[in-house]
Structure formats: structure tokens, C-alpha cells
Design a protein around this ligand. Sequence first.
Ligand SMILES: Cc1cc2nc3c(=O)[nH]c(=O)nc-3n(C[C@H](O)[C@H](O)[C@H](O)COP(=O)(O)O)c2cc1C
Length: 162
Amino acid sequence: MGDTSELQAAEFRLVLGHFPTGVAVVTATAADGPVGLSVNSFTAVSLDPPLVSFCADRRSRSWAGIRAAGAFCVNVLGERQEALSRVFAARGVDKFDGVGWVPSPSGSPRLEGVVAWVDCTVDAIHEGGDHEIVVGRVHALDVEGQDGPLVFYRGGYGRFEP
Ligand SMILES: Cc1cc2nc3c(=O)[nH]c(=O)nc-3n(C[C@H](O)[C@H](O)[C@H](O)COP(=O)(O)O)c2cc1C
């Protein structure tokens, strides 16, 4: 495992897991159909120009499809979409089986029932160890629903209580 021992990896996950995040599904339309993966590394980067980012595991098949497509849609999951988060975190399954979606302006899947969506083109890809830091230029975005967000914290899912 490169420079990181198993123990250090466990400690890294444990400590970083104390930082709560939302969960989003990043989608694109690849050559052989729709692709998508769950991420909790999504964040806003810049207002002018409007940029966002997420970190993509170099081994991700979905990221390979997104990269080739050159455009993606970030679907922010709501508190009732834990099952969707699990499906889009799995490998080797048909992630879109039974999932409703419509194309975003860039042609990427906008998933049914999400809280918000952000439609982007790939602006830059930076080196990030075993991940790549993907910067997206925002071309369209909207809030879709009034559900609270799905929250990821210490390796588990929860809700936001104001
Ligand atoms: C809550 C959660 C957050 C995740 N965040 C990321 C992430 O930020 N970046 C990433 O590459 N993978 C992340 N993953 C793992 C990917 O979803 C998973 O590796 C991917 O869906 C594997 O399928 P693929 O090979 O089709 O991409 C996360 C998984 C979960 C459950």
C-alpha cells in the first residue's frame, strides 16, 4: 500500500470520518450508457468563475466514463436516498436498474428525487495521490426538493437536525 501501512489507513479513515459531509452521485453519459458513483468529496471551489470539485478514485470505472464524457452532473442526495447511495457505491452492478432520471442540459443523468443538481464540464484534473481532483465548471444548477440532506458521518448515514 505505498507509503501507508494498514494501521495508518485505518487511523486516517477513523479521524477523517469525524468530518461530516453530504453525499452526492456524480453521473455522466458515457459511450456505452449512463455511469455514476457516490461521492462525499464534493465541494464548492470558486464563485467567479463558478467551479466545484470532487475527488475520484483512480480505479473507479465510473470516473473513467465521466472523464471520457467531459461533462457530469452532481446529484445531491436527500435523507430518503440512502439506498441509492449504496447502489451507486457498488461495483459490478447495473447501478441504473430501476432508477428514474432525465438528462441534464449537458446530457448527464439527473436522478429523480434529489435535493439539488449541479451540471458541469470537466475544467481541470489535478494529481491527488490514489485519487484525482476533478474541477468542474458549472453551467446549470437548481434546487429540486425540500427534503433534508443525506449526511455521512463516521462511516454511517444520518440526517441533519437544525
Ligand atoms: C458515502 C460514500 C462516499 C464516497 N465517496 C467517494 C469519493 O469521494 N470518491 C470516490 O472516488 N469514491 C467514493 N466512494 C466510493 C465509490 O462510490 C465507489 O468506489 C464506486 O461507486 C465504485 O464503482 P465504479 O468502479 O463503477 O466507479 C464513496 C462511497 C460512499 C458509500
